[in-house]
Design a binder for this molecule. Structure first.
Ligand code: FES
Length: 451
């Protein structure tokens, strides 16, 4: 049997969400062994996947970055020291395989000799001939398996991180610190300053090797050092690692913050102003997708993903005073707050129903759901006329197999979504109408979430 992979590694290898693989295992379409899958069974379940040019995972990663409105960066390689440590690890594994292979080969050759030395009997002669033939066949050089090669490449450019005690997993790429990579993957690790001062991102390395890639002023005690503590905002993974770290699982786990931000950009999108704020480098906003903050006198939902905690996006109605904000202006931000966050533990697929600027928190939730990569299907319905950023929604639909986008003139046209978790966002009267209609359509109240 070929090597076994975790579901997240396998999903990344063939460019599908981890949720899709979980569903395949559940349906019996993909064989798993203790939660792991083999490359052989992966190939059997996804025979149509192409791995040679423009690997799907790279395409999806690029689209995700474009869709999230981030600067499209090249796939950054880790620094030399990290790369050479990973190459060394791969070489060691390869040497180990070779040694075993040579031993097995010698055993087979010995067995054939021993069989031939036995008194001649038809069954023994046949067995010796068969072994001879199989050995010759095995030595015929075949072109290397693309999927195996790609898996080896992935191990060099990225490291797999497992969090304890939650068991959540993610990949750290390029020069990302453990914290940056976790945020990109939609995980809410505990942190504060992001710059090595506060110590709130402290974590213990259970196994694997990490390296300090950013300076930090925080001083560890001798006991902490001996126990393997590191700062996730200053350390990167050299090899695959398991770390023990605190995570925020509920809105109550996130402290309220007061930050002076600067207006970085103002853009008009139909009858909405898109306001981009930037926090100081050392005082970023920690929040959960779907939450809001107070800017000046009013509360606004954050429209961007917590994976970019420095650049915050808001959708402001044109008749609102804040729509007149100027580039470079300072704005005090207070928050975050609100419980309109993704319920990740229900096991159901999410569906979002939106009207007008209700799209803002939903955009944050959808980007977070994409980053988490655990859903087999995400559905977005936009109701009514004010459908700014609809091109972005179409780009998501074009790029991601697990995302569907539908525009509807009114709520009554919604299809059957009674098996999903339903997140509704929009003006007060829209929320009331939607709640009534969804209950009539068989969605239990406990599965309807509103801001
Ligand atoms: S977040 Fe403050 S030291 Fe890492």
């Amino acid at each position: 049997m070929s090597q076994l992979l975790t579901l997240s590694r396998a999903a990344r290898l063939i460019g599908v969400p981890r949720g899709t693989l979980q569903q395949c295992v559940k349906d019996g379409r993909l064989e798993s062994f203790d939660g792991m899958v083999s490359i052989e069974s992966l190939r059997a379940a996804f025979p149509e996947s192409q791995f040679e040019e423009d690997p799907v995972f790279e395409r999806i990663a690029k689209i995700k970055e474009e869709a999230f409105g981030k600067r499209v960066r090249e796939r950054v390689l880790p620094d030399r020291e990290v790369l050479s440590a990973r190459l060394y690890e791969q070489s060691r594994e390869l040497a180990d395989f070779r040694l075993h292979l040579e031993r097995y080969h010698a055993i087979i050759v010995d067995t054939i000799e021993k069989l031939k030395a036995l008194p001649s009997r038809p069954e023994i002669d046949d067995l010796a001939k068969w072994l001879d033939h199989e050995l010759e066949e095995a030595l015929v050089t075949e072109s290397p398996d693309e999927l195996d090669a790609l898996e080896g490449y992935l191990r060099i450019v990225s490291a797999h991180v497992t969090l304890r005690p939650s068991g959540r997993e993610y990949f750290a790429e390029g020069n990302d610190t453990l914290l940056e990579a976790a945020l990109r993957a939609g995980l809410a690790l505990n942190y504060g300053c992001s710059s090595g001062n506060c110590g709130l991102c402290k974590a213990r390395v259970v196994s694997g090797e990490t390296k300090r890639v950013r300076h930090h002023d925080y001083v560890f005690s001798e006991t902490e050092k001996s126990m393997g503590y590191i700062l996730t905002c200053s350390h990167a993974a050299v090899t695959d690692v398991v770390i023990e770290a605190l995570e925020a699982n509920r809105p109550e786990d996130i402290p309220v913050q007061e930050i002076e931000t600067k207006v970085r950009a103002v853009e008009t999108l139909g009858n909405v102003t898109r306001l981009m704020l930037q926090t100081p480098r050392t005082s970023r906003l920690r929040f959960l997708a779907g939450q809001s903050v107070t800017l000046g006198e009013r509360d606004y939902p954050i429209a961007s993903c917590p994976c970019d905690d420095r650049n915050l996006e808001f959708h402001i109605p044109l008749d609102d005073a804040l729509a007149g904000a100027q580039r470079g202006q300072s704005l005090m931000l207070h928050g975050p707050f609100g419980n309109f966050v993704l319920r990740e533990d229900t096991g159901r697929q999410p569906c979002f129903i939106v009207s007008g600027t209700g799209f803002a928190p939903v955009k944050s939730l959808i980007e977070h759901a994409m980053a988490l990569d655990v859903y087999a299907s995400i559905a977005l319905f936009r109701i009514g006329e004010n459908r700014y950023l609809s091109n972005l929604c179409r780009a998501w639909e074009d790029a991601l197999d697990n995302f569907s986008y539908v525009e509807l003139s009114d709520l009554a046209r919604l299809p059957d979504i009674s098996d999903r978790d339903v997140y509704v966002s929009g003006p007060e009267d829209f929320l009331e109408n939607a709640s009534v209609l969804l209950r009539e359509k068989g969605v239990p109240e406990s599965r309807i979430f509103i801001p």
